[in-house]
Design a protein around this ligand. Structure first.
Ligand code: SAM
Length: 203
C-alpha cells in the first residue's frame, strides 16, 4: 500500500468524491472508507496491480475508486439505483471498473461476467452478511482472500456486537474458510469489524 507519512493514498485521477490530494496522490480517508480504516487499525491485504477483485456493495464508488487505483480489475456489484448512477460515472473514468447492477445475495445474476478473483470484498450491511459472503466465495480462487466488513447492527440491533462478531466468525469457519485476521474498526467506524479470511483448497 502507498503511504505518505501516516496518510494512506492511491495513485489515480482525483475529483471522484471531493477527496484531498497529497503529493499528486489521492488521500484515502479512513473515516470515509472502511477498507482504509482496516489499513490503519489492522493488516488487511496488500493490493497489487495483478489482482482481480469482486466488490459487493459498491455504493457510489468511493472505495471502489481507490481499489481500482491499485488493482487490475474491479467487478463492482450494487443493487440500489441511486448510488449506481455515481458508480457508473466512476466506471466511465476508470476503465478497470466493471459495474453491475445486481443483488449480491444472488451471484448467479453476475456469474456469467465475473472471472475467478483474488479478492472478494464485501460491504453490504445486510442481516445475512456472512451467508452472502460465503456464497460469493465461489468466485474466489484457492488461496484467495475474503474481506468482510461486518456491520453488527445490521445483523441484529438487539444483540451485543461482540456476540454478532463471534457468530459471524463461526459461520465463516464452518463454511471452511480460514480466518486470518479480525479487527474492530474503531475509532473510524463504530460497531463495524473487518474479518479477513483465506480460501483453503477443497472449499
Ligand atoms: N462500500 C462502499 C464504500 O466504501 O464506498 C459503501 C457501501 S454501503 C455501506 C452499502 C451498500 O451496499 C449500499 O450502497 C447498498 O445499496 C448496497 N447493498 C446492500 N445490500 C446489497 C445487496 N444484497 N446487493 C448489492 N448491493 C447491496
Amino acid at each position: 500500500m502507498i503511504w505518505n507519512g501516516d496518510v494512506l493514498v492511491s495513485e489515480g485521477e482525483g475529483g471522484v468524491y471531493g477527496e484531498r490530494m497529497l503529493g499528486g496522490a489521492r488521500v484515502w480517508d479512513p473515516y470515509r472508507s472502511k477498507l482504509s480504516a482496516l489499513y490503519h487499525v489492522g493488516t488487511g491485504i496488500e493490493l497489487t496491480p495483478d489482482m482481480r477483485v469482486l466488490y459487493l456493495g459498491a455504493a457510489n464508488g468511493t472505495t471502489v475508486s481507490h481499489v481500482a487505483d491499485y488493482v487490475e480489475v474491479v467487478y463492482a456489484i450494487e443493487f440500489a439505483p441511486r448510488p449506481m448512477q455515481d458508480l457508473l460515472e466512476v466506471a466511465r473514468r476508470r476503465k478497470n471498473v466493471i459495474p453491475f447492477m445486481a443483488d449480491a445475495a444472488r451471484p448467479e445474476q453476475y456469474a456469467p461476467v465475473v472471472e475467478e478473483v483474488d479478492l472478494v470484498y464485501q460491504d453490504v450491511a445486510q442481516p445475512d452478511q456472512a451467508a452472502i459472503a460465503i456464497r460469493n466465495c465461489a468466485f474466489l480462487k484457492t488461496g484467495g482472500v475474503l474481506v468482510l466488513m461486518l456491520k453488527t447492527r445490521s445483523v441484529d440491533v438487539r444483540k451485543d456486537p461482540a456476540d454478532v462478531f463471534h457468530e459471524t466468525l463461526n459461520l465463516l469457519t464452518s463454511a471452511g474458510l480460514f480466518v486470518k485476521e479480525s479487527v474492530w474498526l474503531v475509532p473510524y467506524h463504530a460497531d463495524h469489524a473487518a474479518i479477513i479470511c483465506t480460501k483453503p483448497s477443497g472449499v
